[in-house]
Design a protein around this ligand. Sequence first.
Ligand code: ADP
Length: 437
Amino acid sequence: MSKGTKIPGYMQGKGRNPRGIIGDREIRYKCSLQNTILDVLRGRPGWQEVPGDGDWDFYWCDREWLHQNYDTMFLYEHQKILHFRNHYELTRKNLMVKNLKRLKKQTEREQGKAEGLSFEFFPTTYELPSEYHIFVEEFKKNPGIIWIMKPAARAQGRGIFLFRRLKDITDWKKGEYQPLSDPNRDAPETYVVQRYIENPYLIGGRKFDVRVYVLVVSYNPLKVWLYRSGFARFSNTRFSLDSIEDTYVHLTNVAIQKNAPDYDPDKGCKWSTQQLRKYLSAKHGVDAVRKAYKGIDNIIIKSLQSVQKIIINDKHCFEMYGYDILFDSDLKPWLIEINASPSLTASGKEDYELKFGLLNDLLNVLDLENRLTGKEKRIGGWDLLWEDGPILADDGNMECVPNGNTTTIPNSFLGCHNDRKRQLRELYMAAQSVKKT
Ligand code: ADP
């Protein structure tokens, strides 16, 4: 990594320009992952992989690398790197809820209780062991309901279990909570205990959640893009509350479902967001679906606002989040969790195409090539959802909208047709002619 002593390539020779853009030399990238993102970077014309410690313009690094290096590294004007320094404020389950509760309270104080209702999208949650006693009070007020226990910092469904009776967590308490009394043992792992959504929306009797991709290119001002394509992940086994110990019924993670005894790897257990939106629209009508999906926009913006003042904003950093959203039987979306490293490994051909397009379009948004005007509202499959305020849709961008009233339609098209290649061709032609004039 450059420490500020070398002159970066873009300042040498002809490629120089006032914005510190790379100009006419190749773009040098590094990548910590061996999956779709590497294929995308390798396939990008004019981009060159940097071996070892060479200077880079773009780094798709892993979170550990960033933690170890961020505080001591110097970044040139044009360099871009994945992840913000303290992304965990949103992606660790306990911290996400803490930040959301705080913004909810502040909103209620400043704008009234009614405004606070717009935060009713995350299930009641407590951190354990620190909030164990408050949890027990809440537990006693709601006898018979189901709770879900999740390790705060783990992923892929690991360590999760459901329970109905306090005595069901006695074993967990013995293992995780009591060690505090033994000074030689590690501090207990932080968990969250959360109200289980007992009435998920079912398709074919199965539960699913939806992976939604969100790109933040700046926290201050907040600038957010929403990708139109994603997928719903179904559980392999019909939903029932009779067997709460059966993870194949209750956890929709692919990492869990692929181990189910009757899992079919060819069929998988995914639907595209386009398939899902079409299905829901046919069943409930376009307007009902638009209302439900507006709830997803609200989840995205409120959750990002809840950490806006905490995240160390750095113009070199960006983040691509994977949001996990669960619909209940009333089609109300709930936020389950937010991932800063959503899986980019493809589970099949369709999944590969989705992820390849997603990542290629992400690089188009970041525009290290300086091919765009910076005023675009749609780039490939990404739609600009928020830039210091909500973005409204343009006339030519009205998919999934019944009566085409552009003044009130947000620029949000999750699950709508994603003709990204055609759109990009037109976009680049338009940007070129704007730049010429
Ligand atoms: P992980 O990070 O381990 O994937 P999640 O919080 O995403 O943990 O939970 C894993 C799965 O468990 C989710 O994809 C969802 O299917 C299910 N789940 C989690 N929380 C709830 C909840 N409160 N109500 C219903 N289902 C839930």
